[in-house]
Design a binder for this molecule. Structure first.
Ligand SMILES: Nc1nc2c(c(=O)[nH]1)N[C@H]1C(S)=C(S)[C@@H](COP(=O)(O)OP(=O)(O)OC[C@H]3O[C@@H](n4cnc5c(=O)[nH]c(N)nc54)[C@H](O)[C@@H]3O)O[C@H]1N2
Ligand SMILES: Nc1nc2c(c(=O)[nH]1)N[C@H]1C(S)=C(S)[C@@H](COP(=O)(O)OP(=O)(O)OC[C@H]3O[C@@H](n4cnc5c(=O)[nH]c(N)nc54)[C@H](O)[C@@H]3O)O[C@H]1N2
Ligand code: SF4
Ligand SMILES: [Mo]
Length: 679
């Protein structure tokens, strides 16, 4: 039996995995005891990797839809037909008629994103999309706007953590374990701000706000910190600009004002403001996307940045720290045209020195449907399952009706693959080489990189995604851009600018630190922290954050509230699954067999609903059936439903036109809904 030390590519946590391989087959996995983060532990998904990789829903060979049914074809035929069609469509409608989309896997799987982008560059289309258009980007952007760089949470050195719309025991499993350990050791004050009393909320101070009012709470904390002179004089005076404007801006944002908006007691807001400001080191540890995926999302993130700054918790141990990044080879080819959303969402697209490589995802589906401002006739989706994960499912279904070519590249037959013209089998991360760890320090502030190793040969006829893009490119005449013959070669090339070699990573199977972390970076950089942002104003947004009621919520639209009086939250994470994945893994499915809509006993009583009953949940966009879970932990008036379930697809309920006007993100939370008692 061979033991291969690799990195789990299922989610952004990148835990270390010891893979046991016998006769070319993966037979067992364990958490790597020598990996700094997970220290031998694996979450339930990680524990079920063997069942996942050999699941019967794996795509075995390329298939083409003929008369509504899939037929097996060869790779050669697939490349030839897809290539010809793409050339034809480019001729007829121009290059931008091709949209490519990589899902969350394409954010964490650097090679997938890099090769997709190289292909679209060779083809010449600006229409590249990924979940950065609804997930991570807002928080990165708000921090860049404020600090001129991207400081990342370093919670394991903190004395006080605010879990703000973040439930790490579900979504960041190894982080959850470490926080529990810190609590056991008795050196952490934990504050949780969440409409749901999550298990960690029971370990400290808990505030239960009405959804979408977090910015008001943050402003009231600033008000208290300034009123009570708890701000960090040295940091604010030496290293920030705009404090005077901030003082003026928050002077009326008293805790009493925030109480009237959020429902959280003024004394509680004062209490946490004092603890937060006077702890040795404090860290806002927020949901990756939860608070950003609302209509005041970007400005809420700005408020968190300001709170961290005025309390001096930037670039100090336990706060938000600027993490060194590895420079991977940039495979992007120049693209002349701007992406969708460039004009509509200038903060998102025009803030940086160059625009982000992806378009505004919220506009992709609408453009596919309306053909405005141009027709999108070809769509290639990889590492994503948009039928279940894009908000406004019915809009997406109407949009894909308009396509002339729809290709889905995935290791599994998904709900999206079922609707495609061609499905191409990609292999999983266990069957190819890749880059693991945290080269960009996105979720953990550790300058640490690992080789994600090929543990077994690709199953059936599946191929590494890098090969799929390269081979299609060669077929279409773009071969010169894709000289790499294997996935090893491609990964070696990506590492070529990083200072770390493929061989070094093979020799250090649990990874290497590529740089030393530095604190007090603000002392070295010229750019001061901008509490007030002149650039935001220039780009048409407010230079300081304010509370704004969620659009299309019962609180902002009294007419809507008459019919839809409850507040819908979607997508709270479940440790058993990543987004819409792993539902085929029986060992996980027995733990959580279906979607549950969490509601409080008071809400349940209002509709005469009992725990375990099937209910309808409706919005102006549609209705779904889902089983009710009645729990004291959920705030009254809130209905929280996870995403990614085919039989209770919560994205049917969302409206792609309800967006954060600054970031362009579709509101995944805070929308008005109602409960329907079923007979
Ligand atoms: N197991 C698992 N892990 C995952 C994923 C997965 O699907 N499964 N997905 C990955 C991805 S793509 C992402 S983006 C991240 C997401 O990770 P997070 O955004 O951290 O999501 P959660 O951990 O579910 O925590 C969200 C919490 O926010 C609360 N919340 C909702 N609305 C509000 C509000 O208005 N105010 C406040 N204060 N709280 C609110 C919810 O009740 C919930 O407890 O997780 C990643 N990790
Ligand atoms: N209502 C609602 N909707 C949401 C959210 C929410 O909170 N609420 N969250 C949003 C967020 S933050 C995100 S990031 C998105 C995620 O949305 P998606 O990325 O669409 O979600 P997944 O289900 O993870 O889809 C990933 C796909 O990649 C495939 N895959 C796995 N490994 C590989 C590989 O190595 N190669 C290839 N080619 N494919 C692979 C999987 O089989 C799966 O089909 O969902 C968003 N949708
Ligand atoms: S938390 Fe689970 S799924 Fe995510 S990397 Fe770790 S073991 Fe894999
Ligand atoms: Mo995400």
């Amino acid at each position: 039996m061979e033991i291969i030390k690799t990195d789990c590519g299922l989610c952004i946590n990148c835990c270390g995995v010891d893979a046991y391989v016998k006769d070319g087959k993966l037979v067992k996995v364990e958490g790597s005891p020598d990996h700094w983060l997970n220290e031998g532990e694996l979450c339930p998904k990680g524990e079920h990797l063997v069942e996942w990789v050999y699941a019967p829903t794996r795509l075995k060979y390329p298939m083409k839809k003929v008369d509504g049914k899939f037929e097996r074809i060869s790779w050669d035929q697939a490349y030839k037909e897809i290539g010809e069609k793409l050339h034809q469509l480019k001729e007829k409608y121009g290059a931008r008629t091709l949209a490519t989309y990589t899902g969350s896997v394409g954010v964490e799987h650097f090679e997938m994103a890099a090769f997709n982008q190289r292909f679209r560059g060779a083809f010449g289309t600006p229409s590249f999309f990924n979940p950065e258009g609804l997930c991570f980007r807002t928080r990165i952007l708000a921090r860049q706007i404020t600090f001129g760089r991207y400081p990342v949470e370093e919670p394991f050195n903190a004395d006080c953590i605010i879990l703000w719309g973040h439930n790490p025991e579900e979504s960041y499993y190894p982080q959850g374990l470490k926080i529990r350990k810190m609590l056991e050791e008795g050196n952490l004050t934990l504050i949780t701000i969440d409409p749901k009393r999550i298990p960690l909320a029971k370990e400290g101070i808990f505030l239960q706000p009405r959804p979408g009012t977090d910015c008001a709470i943050a402003l009231a904390m600033m008000n208290t910190i300034i009123e009570e002179d708890l701000w960090d004089k040295e940091f604010v005076e030496e290293y920030t600009t705009g404090f005077d404007k901030l003082v003026e801006h928050v002077k009326d944002c008293t805790p009493e004002w925030a109480e009237s908006i959020s429902g959280v007691g003024a004394s509680e807001i004062r209490r946490i403001a004092r603890i937060f400001a006077s702890s040795e080191s404090s860290c806002i540890l927020e949901g990756v996307g939860h608070l950003n995926q609302m209509t005041n999302g970007l400005q809420t993130e700005r408020a968190f940045c300001i709170l961290m700054a005025i309390t001096g918790n930037i670039d100090r141990p336990g706060g938000w720290v600027t993490c060194p990044q590895v420079r991977l080879a940039d495979l992007r080819l120049p693209i002349e045209e701007n992406s969708l959303g460039y004009e509509e969402y200038p903060v998102f697209h025009q803030f940086g020195r160059r625009p982000p490589p992806y378009g505004s995802l919220s506009m992709m589906t609408e453009t596919m449907k309306t053909e405005k401002p141009f027709p999108i006739k070809a769509f290639i989706s990889s590492g994503s399952n948009p039928v279940l994960t894009l908000p406004d499912t019915n809009l997406f279904l109407e949009a894909i009706d308009n396509l002339e070519l729809f290709v889905c590249i995935d290791p599994y037959m998904t709900e999206t693959g079922q609707l495609a013209d061609y499905v191409l089998p990609a292999c999983t991360f266990l069957e190819e080489y890749g880059i693991g760890g945290f080269p960009y320090g996105i979720s953990y502030c550790e300058p640490y990189i690992m080789l994600r190793k090929k543990v077994i040969e690709p199953l059936f006829e599946s191929k590494p995604i890098m090969r799929i893009w390269s081979e299609l490119a060669h077929e279409m005449g773009y071969g010169e851009y894709f000289p790499w013959e294997t996935d090893e070669e491609a990964v070696e090339h990506l590492l070529s600018t990083s200072g770390v070699t493929f061989q070094e990573l093979l020799d250090n199977p649990v990874g290497v630190y590529f740089a030393e972390k530095e604190y007090e970076v603000y002392k070295k950089v010229k750019r001061k922290t901008e509490l007030f942002s002149p650039r935001m104003e220039e780009l048409g947004a407010a230079g300081l954050p304010s509370h704004v009621e969620p659009i299309a919520s019962p609180s902002s639209d009294p007419e809507l509230a008459k019919k839809y009086p409850e507040i819908l939250l979607t997508g709270a994470r479940q440790v058993e699954y990543i987004d819409a994945q792993q539902r085929e893994v029986a060992g996980l499915r027995v733990r959580v067999p279906e979607a549950l809509a969490e509601i409080s006993p008071v809400t349940a009583k209002k509709y005469d609903v009992i725990d375990g009953e099937m209910i309808g949940v409706g919005t102006p966009r549609g209705t779904i059936k889902v089983r009710a879970k009645v729990t004291e932990d959920m705030k009254e008036g809130v209905v929280s439903i996870p995403h990614g379930w085919a039989d209770s697809n919560v994205n049917i309920l969302l409206d792609a036109s309800v967006r954060d006007p600054v970031s362009g993100y579709v509101a995944l939370r805070g929308n008005a809904c109602r409960i329907i008692k079923l007979d």
